[in-house]
Design a protein around this ligand. Sequence first.
Ligand SMILES: [Zn+2]
Length: 148
Amino acid sequence: MVDRTETAKPVPSRKPCLTAVLRMAGLRPTRQRIALAELLFGGPHRHVSAEELHGEALTAKVNVSLATIYNTLHQFHEAGLLREVPVDASRSYFDTDTSDHHHFYVEDEQRMIDIPAASVVFNTMPHPPKGMTVTHVDVVIRVRKQQG
Ligand SMILES: [Zn+2]
């Protein structure tokens, strides 16, 4: 095993940046919101359920209830920081990538995989109801591992 202690550099804190992001989204940067934003946005784009984020928060010693996690995720979603991808009536994933794209949902692993927007093409799309406009189209393609 390689000892990396000599080359390891301290990771710069993203707190000032996240505070600004929350303010720009119209959310007061409370300690809890900043802590959850660090968990959500501290790495590459990801998909997370409220239950998964709750587990990560407890591991990171961020003492929040599951209800607070739900509220915060919905506030972040309302503020445009997250995209909600519902997979069934009782389960949603929150995507840190808010750009247009679609998803595979791996049912037996409860995991989402991104599909680039351009990979899904519709031959026909119904016209939206009168006076309405399409905001975006979410496609979730459900997959599972092949047996054998
Ligand atoms: Zn995604």
